[in-house]
Ligand binder design. Sequence first.
Ligand code: PLP
Length: 379
Amino acid sequence: MNDDVLLMIPGPTNVPTAVLEAIGQPTMYHRGPEFSALLDKCNRGLRTVFQTSQDVLILSSSGTGGVEAAITNLVNPDDRVLAIRGGKFGERMGEIAERYGALVTWVEVAPGKAAEPHQIADLLARRPFKAVLFVQNETSTGVTQNVATLAKIAHDYRCVTILDCVSGMGGIPVKTDEWGIDAVVSGSQKAFMLPPGLAFVSLSERAWELARTRKTPTYYFDLIEARKSLEKGQTPWTPAVNLIQGLGASLDLMLAEGMDHVYARHAAAGRAVRRAMQSLGLRLFADPAYASNVVTSVHAPEGISSTSLVKQLADDAHIIISNGQGELKGRIFRIGHMGAFDEETITRTVEAVARTLALLGHACDPTAAATTCMEAYRQ
Ligand code: PLP
């Protein structure tokens, strides 16, 4: 891990030394047996994390590429799809679908809230839709959707479900097969503890059928080609070999820790950061019923811009947290707690945030906040 700077943003996250070392190994020949064995190992590890018996394809792109791949392979021009606009990433899913000619109906959700099941059900009851596009963990607001419930409603109306799990997968459980999600997408730079540059995509049997009759043009992101290549232990195009070497190491770390423990650690961090922020007299931005365990969004105190907090914290403590995005810039701040962290990193971050807020004029007790954080983490 980089000892100088602590990245407590909701991705990219801190990369453990073992992963950096694996990335730094000589580049494998991407058509050779050693790389095929690595791809197979990664596919198996990703299946465990995705909780699916299907292949998980590894694409050399950022998370958005994975989302675009899922949409272009399953959604055709003039298909009606439902997209949830409650944050930047839900909106992006709908925009991608629109760009490729789909007819998007927006479910409007207030920032900080999750989509209500009845909002989805009411719209689906009115006319047939091909697909529902939604985000598991809306990173821009710190909200985790009730994926199982939304997926069930979508399936009741025979819709395909396309789920962006870029920031939640590996930190919050996703039961891909049990919940019947048709396309699940994640990315390397969040809970997978890797640098940016890889996207992971799984499709259900039904989704593979749809991909076979796809009408939307796509070349680089043709998932049928990707699957054919995977059967031969390869990728269609030259992959980001060294990142995949790192993925092997990061999956080793996650599976050695045990996914239940990984999820419990993220839940502990979410609980600890939320309680500590409240103990500072701050208001949480996300609806408490849907507050994320991988990123906590917090209103900046009256009279203090989150822009000043983020900058001062980076300058003084070398801890990087995120500002709000879009119209939330300056109004909220976001603390990422995904991937490689422990009680010490979380508590250090909370204490530093409190000290910086105190410096900026917010009356609070950093030591008490650190104690609250530690106690909640251990609970
Ligand atoms: N979806 C979600 C939920 C995200 O948090 C992000 C990135 O923060 C993305 C999609 C986009 O991923 P990338 O920036 O890797 O393209």
